[in-house]
Design a protein around this ligand. Structure first.
Ligand code: GDP
Ligand code: MG
Length: 447
């Protein structure tokens, strides 16, 4: 125990950015697997996370001869599905991720979800490194598989280097328009004020060595306090999933502490852990464990997990703990989000996939120039009962008889019901789509 207190835990790194920029592929490349190809339509369907042991990172970065002391046991990388950029960032009010990779497609530059990601990272004060991905798509690129980008650039023709410089300059300007200073990692003298850009290819692996080394070095240098292992359990539910044969399971991020088989856990749920499985690199194998130490992404099976809420904290009951007190803590989390609802009782309904994404959605809807009042909320799919609630608004203000369904499904019978009742349901993957759609709808009603 005493010894454990001084060691560092693995930094938690999430991968964010616009859809198709290569987030999943990048995670594949880092851990040397091919998840992306196995995905339905290549779209990330579930949270994919990997624990990358430090030995693997040492191996991948050996050409850099950085000879850096890597003091962390590894890196925990979480791929956030493009349309779920909000999911994984919350943990008891502070950022769940210690550091992030913001992926930008060098051929396309900054896109709406890139900007949304930037705003979230800013809101959470999360440090990030830009992976300027798909450099292999520069016309005439010579592949240098898994090479450091510094070395790979030297192999390229003048034309390729010229196009590269041109695109980098453009993208730095786009970042500046968002109020961010960025610079190529090897020219960046003011890390901290200026964000580093590492050119990468998730297909052929150029630049991955620099990306990994920079992530670890930056985390070790600036986050020692945050990364110092703490034995008190800090755990957040990432996803609630039904798995055939296992019933409802939850995927959690264990940021600190140890979880054991048989632990009594409290979230909006109250149950006992039946089994624990870490999300590891494939080579390390899966299988159940008796106990797992942070930081790790873990699948938990237990009874009564149906009512777990993604984005909420999970508490472990210790012998002297008062379960009712812990349940009260859980409710505080929920209430915090509820407090953003308009007391006037007039406003739209907002639905999101997790408590965290709902919180972010409510916050952004409140930020001028938007200011769309919200009078009701929901987590998960939109059902008939939600439509019923929203329909009450018809008599007060017709434009508010609206449900903003952010990254959640709408049950077919709910849609039919809404059509009959005159409730409008907007479905969107990004907040910006809502704003445009909602504004157009209100303008239309006024005419
Ligand atoms: P995500 O939506 O951000 O997770 O993007 P994916 O990882 O699913 O990648 C989207 C598409 O871009 C897939 O067809 C990938 O194979 C491709 N892709 C991703 N990274 C690269 C890269 O570095 N180079 C090239 N040429 N294609 C890439
Ligand atoms: Mg993906």
């Amino acid at each position: 125990e005493k010894e454990g207190e001084k060691t560092l835990r693995s930094p938690i790194c999430c991968i964010m950015g616009h859809v198709d920029s290569g987030k999943t592929k990048l995670l594949d490349c880092i851990r040397s697997t091919t998840v992306q190809e196995g995905e339905a339509g290549g779209i990330t369907q579930q949270i994919s996370a990997s624990y990358i042991p430090v030995e693997h990172i040492r191996e991948r970065t050996k050409e850099l001869k950085a000879d850096a002391k890597l003091n962390v046991p590894g890196l925990l990388v979480i791929d956030t599905p493009g349309h779920e950029a909000f999911n994984n960032l919350r943990s008891r009010g502070s950022g769940l991720c210690d550091i992030a990779i913001l992926v930008v497609d060098i051929m396309h530059g900054l896109k709406p979800q890139t900007i949304e990601s930037i705003n979230l990272l800013r809101m959470r004060k999360t440090e990030f490194i830009v992976a300027l991905n798909k450099v292999d798509r520069l016309y005439g690129w010579k592949t240098c598989r898994n090479a450091p980008i510094g070395k790979a650039m030297k192999q390229q023709s003048k034309d390729v280097q010229h196009e590269f410089d041109h695109r980098v300059t453009q993208i730095i300007t786009q970042f500046k328009e968002q109020g961010l200073n960025t610079e190529l990692y090897n020219k960046n003298k003011e890390r901290g004020e200026t964000y580093s850009i590492v050119p990468t290819s998730a297909i052929s692996g150029e630049g991955i060595p620099e990306l990994l080394l920079l992530l670890i070095q930056w985390a070790q240098k600036t986050m020692v306090k945050k990364l110092t292992y703490n034995s008190e359990v800090q755990c957040t539910v990432l996803e609630v999933k039904v798995i055939q044969g296992c019933g409802t399971t939850i995927d959690v991020v264990l940021v600190n502490g140890v979880l054991h088989e048989g632990d009594e856990i409290v979230g909006p749920i109250h149950t006992t852990i039946r089994s624990l499985t870490p999300h590891l690199m494939k080579e390390l194998g899966g299988g159940a464990y008796k106990e797992i130490k942070a930081a790790q992404v873990i699948k938990i099976t237990a009874q009564n997990l149906e009512h777990a809420v993604a984005g909420t904290a999970l508490y472990v009951v210790k012998p002297d703990d008062d379960v009712e007190e812990i349940k009260e803590l859980v409710m505080d989390d929920m209430r915090n989000v509820m407090s953003r609802i308009d007391k006037s009782g007039e406003g739209v309904y907002a639905h999101a996939s997790t408590l965290g994404s709902l919180e972010a959605l409510l916050k952004l809807l409140k930020t001028p120039p938007v200011s769309i009042p919200v009078c009701g909320i929901g987590i998960g799919p939109v059902h008939k009962k939600d439509v019923m609630k929203a329909s009450v608004m018809r008599e007060k203000k017709k434009e508010f008889a609206t449900i903003l369904a952010f990254d959640v499904k709408v049950a077919p019978e709910a849609q039919e019901f809404a059509d009959n009742l005159g409730v409008k349901i907007f479905i969107a993957d990004t907040i910006y789509h809502f704003l445009d759609q909602f504004k157009a709808y209100v303008d239309n009603l006024k005419e």
